[in-house]
Design a protein around this ligand. Structure first.
Ligand code: NCD
Length: 326
């Protein structure tokens, strides 16, 4: 898993053009504080309250967005689709179960096919680390690649939407402390959210989980590591829990659901140990009764639905920003 560092270096270099402008969004590593704040500020303009009509403009008029999800997705895929439609783009969603990849076509051939049909913004999710950077090196210069989830390595738009959600509740990011708890080892969300928060100078990051699900020591630099969640959660401002990603684990390492909930799950009693105004986050999909109880997921401190709402706004901001050709 340490090899993920090399993919990050490659992604950092290929995502910028000759003028150092962001052309693709593959990783949040290497983005400056100003670049992140600009994206958050733009996204904030697209946020609407529940019940209001969603924001719309024509900034993607004439563009064609293709969504290629080679791994399951509900929120990310639908929010990219809605974001592109609300910006006036044509949108195609490839059904990867019936696409030619299952007949043996390479990903690059699928990409060239879409390029030949004038799709110019390609959103992709895949379980293979390094694939978005590889594709970015091979597409025509006018194409933008957006990483919508790359193995355990990176999920930049989720990192941004988490950061936007935190900033809405805790604007003084430099003076807050966050606990990220659970399966950090396999979590692209935790890596990208940590990256954005660190660039913004967050006060303190704590990570907690079973030893074998904590990331290698050379990752999450500066974070305080815990295996006892009751200690880790004490007085934090933000608690983010993660799904146990069984699909990325050998069966021998999959924890028992009940035992995991007892030791690491976010229960009401545990959340009371955080600050009284702490917010509770989860990127979803949730395993209720495992990493989070119903009471906490649906409770007053939960901002999980707000994360989903912010996801559309962030994707609108990223699409608008990257598709600006000058
Ligand atoms: C996450 C993902 O796919 O990485 N979900 C998401 O994008 N909201 C987290 C997960 O699958 O657990």
């Amino acid at each position: 898993m340490n090899a993920s560092i090399n993919y990050i270096e490659l992604s950092k270099s290929v995502q910028r053009d000759a003028n150092n402008r962001l052309k693709h969004l593959i990783t949040l590593e290497g983005l400056s504080r100003d670049e992140i704040i600009e994206l958050l500020d733009l996204a904030q303009l697209y946020v609407r309250r529940p019940g209001e009509l969603p924001a719309r403009d024509r900034s993607l008029s004439g563009h064609t967005v293709a969504n290629l999800f080679f791994e399951p997705s509900t929120r990310t895929r639908v929010s990219f689709e809605l974001a592109a439609m609300r910006l006036g783009a044509d949108v195609v969603n490839l059904d990867m179960q019936t696409s030619s990849r299952v007949k043996g076509e390479t990903v690059l051939d699928t990409i060239y096919t879409l390029q030949a049909m004038h799709a110019d913004i390609l959103v992709m999710r895949d379980s293979e680390p390094g694939l978005p950077a590889h594709v970015a090196q091979h597409v025509a210069p006018h194409i933008n690649i957006l990483n919508a989830g790359e193995a355990h390595v990176s999920h930049p738009t989720q990192g941004l939407l988490d950061t936007l959600t935190i900033r809405q509740h805790k604007p003084d990011i430099k003076n807050i402390s966050i606990l990220i708890v659970g399966d950090l080892m396999h979590s692209r969300v935790a890596r990208s959210t940590w990256s954005a928060l660190t660039t913004l100078g967050i006060g303190e990051v704590r990570i907690a989980g079973p030893e074998h699900l904590l990331p290698p020591a050379n990752e999450f630099y500066g974070a305080i590591r815990y295996t006892d969640v009751n200690k880790a959660i004490k007085d934090v401002d933000v608690v983010m829990t993660l799904r146990i990603q069984k699909e990325r684990m050998a069966s021998a390492h999959i924890p028992d659901d009940n035992a995991y909930c007892r030791e690491f799950g976010l229960t009401s009693a545990r959340v009371k140990l955080a600050r009284p105004d702490a917010i509770v986050m989860h990127p979803a999909p949730m395993n209720r009764g495992v990493e989070i109880t119903d009471e906490v997921a649906d409770g007053k401190q939960s901002v999980i639905q707000q994360q989903v709402t912010n996801g559309v706004a962030i994707r609108m901001a990223v699409l608008t920003q990257l598709s600006r050709k000058n």
